[in-house]
Write a protein that binds this ligand. Structure first.
Ligand code: C6P
Length: 411
């Protein structure tokens, strides 16, 4: 893979200075930066072939349609989908999970059924299920998190049972960095007749994966965390389930024929893409996938693993003042390091680092039950890495953390 320094040159924003300091961007789990090729693809669309898709007979519309569907093909092959029909464009991970809750789950979850989640879910994979369970008289159950930041599977046989209709879990935690054993869990769930949804928001951007190999029924992810623009996401749905699902939103694009009192549905996947889609951002997500594929997802993951190992080693001397979260076993961990110093509120830490040009995230990371419940802290600070981060960035983070801790301990 190209080294981080030359990758950085492809990202205009990373040349920016913040308060006169070199920008060290370590908030990639919130959103990634965008390479020039992605930004250029947005300009190319609006300057060169801006038109609506699937309905025009003119040259611009045909070009827009070709490139929009071309992006679907790229994304489909990126995640190993057996067919482009299984790739539904959404706004983001959140919308993808809501789509499943409001279609497949609405029709397939009933009173007494169970939905199995984990204690490390992002709110996006918790709140939609709370509503569904309440409305359907179903029960939510949770796989606990062990002290080492991995899932505690000791009671799995009891938690995953014949009542389970759906196992919905995060592939990689946005707080702990834990990569969950989703393939093994999916196989157990399927043996009991349950469907499996993966929240791929943090895994798809950072590792090679194949939906056929993982054998998930649904997988939701967001373009903006994988070098693409905001406002475009993907929901993969296994063909057999897709065929049975009722549409989510209704209107133009998703119909085949309409009478005053009735309508029939368009072919897949358009049936799930009502209204004019987010054309420019979809095409730009295709450009983001090109960029990642050129680097190679195995290389992306290896780079982040190496950087995480370097960071954990460099931060070891801060252990007296800080608690660190997430598995020590780097074979089950991605490029996320969360920490909490009892002497300093994470927001103060984040603000102090910001004055030195270092962008991290502080808060509950939209995982309140995990952070405030399981970890039992008000918030954590979090550094998250991507392809353009280097050891130099980690050195800057550690030096700045040391200065901040010294300052707050004195004051
Ligand atoms: N996590 C973070 O800073 P959206 O907002 O729909 O693109 O992604 C939601 C989401 C779902 N699942 C996981 C595991 C996530 O990490 C996220 C987004 C960001 O950690 C924003 S809270």
């Amino acid at each position: 893979m190209k080294d981080a320094r030359s990758i950085k040159e492809d990202f205009p924003i990373l040349a920016k200075e913040v308060y006169g300091k070199r920008l060290v961007y370590l908030d990639n789990a919130a959103t990634s930066q965008k390479p020039r090729s992605v930004i250029q693809s947005l300009v190319d669309y609006y300057e060169g072939y801006n038109a609506n898709v699937h309905r025009g007979v003119h040259a611009l519309s045909m070009e827009a349609t070709e490139r929009y569907e071309g992006a679907r093909e790229k994304i489909s092959s990126f995640i190993g989908s057996p067919s482009t029909e299984s790739v539904i464009f959404t706004r983001n991970t959140t919308e993808g999970i809501n789509l499943v809750a409001n279609t497949w789950a609405l029709a397939n979850v009933g009173p007494g059924d169970e939905i199995l989640l984990t204690e490390m879910e992002h709110h996006s994979n918790l709140v939609p299920w709370q509503k569904l369970a309440r409305e359907k008289g179903a029960k939510l159950r949770f796989i606990p998190v062990a002290a080492d930041g991995t899932l505690d599977l000791s009671d799995l046989d009891q938690l995953l049972n014949h009542q389970t209709r759906l196992l919905s879990l995060v592939h990689m935690s946005n707080v702990l960095g834990t990569i969950n054993p989703v393939k093994e869990l999916a196989s157990k769930a399927h043996a009991l007749g349950a469907a499996v949804l993966l929240d791929g928001a943090q895994s798809v951007p950072h590792m090679a994966l194949d939906v056929k190999d993982l054998d998930c029924d649904f997988m939701a992810f967001s373009g903006h965390k994988m070098l693409g623009p905001t406002g475009i996401g993907v929901l993969y749905v296994k063909d057999a389930l897709l065929q049975q699902m009722e549409p989510f939103l209704r209107g133009g694009e998703m119909v085949k024929d309409v009478q005053l009192e009735d309508a029939s549905w368009n072919d897949l996947p358009m049936r799930f893409e009502a209204g004019t889609p987010n054309i420019a951002d979809t095409i730009a997500l295709g450009a983001a996938v090109d960029y990642l594929q050129e680097l190679g997802m195995e290389n992306v993951h290896a780079h982040e693993k190496q950087l995480t190992s370097y960071a954990l080693e460099a931060m070891a001397e801060l252990k007296e003042d800080m608690e660190f979260y997430g598995p020590e076993d780097l074979s089950v961990r991605g490029g996320i390091v969360s920490f909490y110093a009892p002497d300093v509120h994470p927001h103060d830490l984040g603000t102090m680092l910001d004055t030195e040009g270092i962008a991290i995230r502080a808060g509950h990371h939209c995982a309140i039950p995990l952070v405030r419940g399981t970890l039992n802290v008000p918030a954590t600070a979090r550094a998250s890495f991507y392809i353009y981060n280097s050891e130099e960035d980690v050195d800057a983070l550690v030096a700045s953390l040391k200065r901040a801790l010294t300052y707050f301990k004195r004051s």
